[in-house]
Write a protein of this length. Structure first.
Lengths: 250, 261
């Protein structure tokens, strides 16, 4: 079974003293590829993850994004049928993240099954055919991103409020629609059935009640909303307690 | 390609990585070359008159006597460095990469030992070259030198097995590094740096039964006199004992690491 899976862990376990090329060739040997084929495969993969220029530099000199790309290349050396990626873009800059996304899409298009864990719900929405949401070790929702979002149903209005206005705004919004768990102490989220058409009456109601609103935004359902609906909390540190959120499997 | 050939390729590749790792990390290389070379220079320069002590084996020079000790020190520290490097691999998760590959797990340990053996080979050549450059003779000639090289290389691998077992058991580079003084104690309580006949009790008794002493005498014999088959046999037996101990301990530690992570 080990020959048919590829694994890239969250902490790229790379030897900083090896060069990128040495590491891919070693990985090829570990996967049983003959010498010449291993060299050819290493060259192809280094080109694929755009590391040709850095191939003969030690891994310790690579940026975080380069290390992730190298780790991905190492996981692909034997053309696995199933690829496990553990939070492959955590801590990466937007450009590196986009590069990884493109590579994951390409691999999936080529027929590789990708099992990806991520805490970025946008990433799950962008990449996954099927999403499973895990909360406290249990799968609380599973399906395509569209089907999960459809379960949530309605968009919501997100209000950013001035200090001291939250309680009053909640009272007003409770008359407009269903209140959702807030992201932080300064926001109120209210589900609205008619989308943008509900904005004017919301603004009027808040104005009449004298609630000071800093900003108002209509938010259509996202996987973040699915997560909130299914778990009752946001995928962020809760109550300032520093608790790590549970991963989302894609 | 047969399974054996594939596994040998894996051992060679991991051994090459181990060697590169040592040469690219000065803190691993220094104990193998720099420290023993300096100690050899200091001891040869400062205690050269010891050869005139009654009971000292007949040698041309103290350097000739000390070469075996320097090689032994180097290979012991190579084994320790190999253990440190393996523990670093465990700490940074590199062994998880190896464990997830479709290779027999024993190749991971053998690869590391192959690298340590290569460092032992390097150490033996280095100190023989130093000895020859500074006037020491190899009394048993080329065959004697080859025997010394073979014994040192094999001992490096054997000692590396102990280092690997400790690394696999603890998974901590600092713990393996902490054994450095112990390595020196074991070394000084052998005939590496001084003839057993001139030691005092209880060091003498310990040195007489220390397996390293048998290996030291096996290496030293061809350098300072002729090849002694009995002495050579004792050295080979001592090495075999350490190899078996190292492999048994490594296998047990590897199984435990795979079980508990």
């Amino acid at each position: 079974m080990r020959a048919s899976i590829g694994v890239a862990l969250q902490e790229a376990a790379l030897d900083p003293l090896m060069t990128g090329r040495e590491l891919i060739r070693l990985q090829a040997t570990l996967q049983g590829l003959p010498g010449n084929e291993g060299k050819r495969r290493a060259d192809d993969l280094l080109e694929r993850v755009d590391l040709v220029d850095a191939a003969d530099r030690r891994v310790g000199t690579y940026s975080g994004g380069m290390q992730r790309r190298l780790d991905l290349a190492a996981a692909l050396v034997h053309e696995p049928r199933v690829l496990f990626l553990d939070e492959p873009t955590t801590g990466l800059d937007p450009v590196s993240r986009k590069t990884i996304w493109e590579e994951v899409r390409a691999l999936n298009d080529e027929g590789t099954t990708v099992f990806l864990t991520t805490q970025y719900l946008e990433e799950a929405d962008q990449l996954a055919d099927n999403v499973g949401i895990i909360d406290s070790g249990r799968i609380v929702a599973e399906g395509t991103p569209e089907s999960l979002k459809a379960q949530i149903g309605h968009p919501h209005i997100q209000l950013q409020l001035a200090e001291g206005s939250v309680a009053e705004a909640e009272q007003v919004c409770a008359r407009i629609g269903k209140l959702l768990p807030p992201k932080d102490g300064g926001t109120v989220l209210v589900e609205v059935e008619n989308g943008a058409a509900d904005i004017p009456r919301t603004v009027r109601a808040l104005d009449e009640a004298g609630v000071a609103v800093e900003s108002l935004e209509l938010v259509r359902p996202t996987l973040d909303d699915v997560f909130v609906a299914k778990t009752g909390h946001h995928l962020e540190k809760e109550d300032g307690a520093g608790a790590e959120p549970d991963p989302v499997e894609v | 390609m047969s399974e054996l050939a594939t596994n040998l390729r894996v051992v060679r590749a991991l051994g090459m990585r181990s060697i590169r790792q040592t040469f690219r990390r000065p803190q691993l290389m220094a104990p193998i070359v720099v420290f023993p070379t300096l100690l050899l220079a200091i001891q040869t320069g400062g205690a050269g008159g010891a050869v005139n002590l009654p009971g000292f084996p007949p040698v041309h020079s103290f350097l000739q006597f000390m070469l075996a000790g320097a090689m032994m020190q180097s290979l012991m520290l190579a084994g320790n460095s190999g253990g440190i490097a393996l523990a670093v691999d465990i700490e940074m998760g590199f062994t998880d990469r190896l464990f997830s590959a479709p290779i027999p797990r024993y190749t991971i340990v053998l690869g590391r030992l192959a690298g340590t053996a290569a460092l032992g080979l390097f150490a033996s050549l280095w100190f023989l070259a130093i000895g020859l450059i500074f006037g020491a003779q190899i009394e048993a000639g080329v065959p004697g030198a080859l025997i010394a090289i073979a014994l040192v290389t094999a001992t490096a691998m054997a000692v590396g097995g102990i280092g690997a077992a400790i690394a696999l058991r603890t998974g901590s580079a600092s713990v393996v590094q902490g054994l450095f003084p112990l390595v020196l104690v074991v070394l000084f309580l052998s005939s590496a740096f001084f003839p057993v006949e001139l030691m005092i009790q209880p060091a003498k008794a310990i040195a007489e039964y220390n397996p390293l002493s048998f290996i030291v005498e096996g290496v030293r014999g061809p350098i300072i006199s002729e090849i002694d088959v009995a002495e050579l046999g004792e050295a080979v037996l001592a090495i075999a004992g350490i190899v078996v101990l190292g492999l048994v301990l490594s296998a047990r530690a590897l199984r435990r690491r795979l079980r508990v992570g």
